[in-house]
Design a protein around this ligand. Structure first.
Ligand code: PLP
Length: 328
């Protein structure tokens, strides 16, 4: 398949800013054969009025990446702060003025055969113009996969370890072949874990319920943001507990969260309508407040944002109008 990504896009590779076409690895690279890489996914949102690009919780993403790299003993020779600066610089060098997805990847780079690892590590950071990952405005149809979520004692699901994503790919491929938009995975305890690339929340009787981080799920940064926004902005009670598959069929609302998917309402699961089969009221309010926070409209959540081009035209001062938005 022909790549639609501009080969002249500047990426960070081998500690240099180089065009994508020059960032190449050898066919014997360890990570390519054994999945011994760890990646991240970070979003930046373009705010048209402020003419600003806001990177969402960049430093936390890099801190998670470094923790996750430690599972495979991959060393990234930079602090989270330095990686954040490199990322902002990449966006400026590429003149990105649109929504962006950032893909940091650290990997075992020795070119040889043999699964045991050594200390040869490399990393790259790629920042791409990126629109919607799932077309979820009016909700998606999710299917429960027959593949089980990987166990912590096999490969930690809480980390974005490249090899672990064969599990997500199997589940995603299975349900997409069956006509669904996204997969939901069950863990080895038989309870709901998460989506193939996202965490899962359910609303029952006004409470927001999500599996806890010990249920073989990725410790999502969007999940964490939604919990904070739901508590502080919507006054919701959050419950972290195991979810049975059968609860998916009788809950009032269901939605998925992730850096790539954002907040994706699930309106049907396994061919059954969720609630009324339309986007739920709480899901819609959370989606709205998350959008406002990620675009710099809520001063209380500016703590999550890094402006790429500098605060030359703070949003709230543009044309003398306030950008602070009420979400209640
Ligand atoms: C398996 C899985 N679960 C959950 C998430 C959501 O995590 P985050 O909100 O940090 O992007 C992702 C993100 O890629 C993922 O791959």
């Amino acid at each position: 398949m022909k790549s639609e990504i501009d080969p002249n896009l500047i990426v960070y590779f081998d500690e240099q800013y180089v065009p994508l076409r020059e960032a190449r690895v050898g066919i014997l690279t360890h990570a390519l054969h054994y999945g011994t890489g760890v990646f991240e996914g970070i979003r930046a949102h373009w705010e048209e009025v402020a003419q600003e690009l806001y990177i969402f919780r960049c430093q936390e993403h890099y801190e998670r990446w470094q923790h996750n790299c430690s599972y495979l003993r991959i060393r990234v020779p930079h602090t989270a702060e330095e990686l954040t600066s490199i990322t902002a610089e990449l966006m400026r060098r590429n003149g990105l003025r649109t929504n962006v997805y950032v893909r940091p990847l650290a990997y075992k780079c020795a070119e040889r055969v043999g699964v045991s690892t050594d200390d040869q590590d490399a990393f790259a950071i790629i920042a791409l113009p990126f629109g919607e990952y799932l077309h979820s405005e009016n909700g998606v149809h999710a299917g429960v996969s027959s593949w089980r979520r990987i166990e912590d004692n096999a490969i930690p699901a809480r980390a974005k370890i490249c090899g672990a994503y064969a599990n997500s790919a199997l589940a995603s491929d299975e349900v997409r072949q069956c006509g669904f938009d996204e997969a939901i995975l069950i863990n080895e305890n038989g309870q709901v874990a998460e989506g193939a690339t996202c965490n899962l929340f359910m609303v029952r009787k006004g409470k927001l319920i999500t599996p806890s981080i010990t249920e073989n799920v990725l410790e999502g940064i969007t999940r964490d943001s939604i919990i904070e926004l739901a508590q502080k902005e919507l006054g919701l009670h959050i419950v972290e507990r195991p979810i049975d598959r059968s609860e998916l069929y009788v809950c009032d609302e269901l939605f998925l969260t992730g850096t790539a998917v954002g907040i994706a309402p699930v309106t049907h699961v396994d061919h059954r309508p969720v609630g009324g089969g339309v986007v739920g009221v709480i899901t819609d309010r959370l989606r709205h407040v998350y959008f406002e926070a990620a675009h710099g409209h809520l001063i209380a959540y500016r703590k999550w944002l890094l402006p790429v081009y500098g605060e030359r035209r703070p949003a709230e001062r543009v044309a003398g109008k306030t950008m602070e938005t009420s979400v209640a």
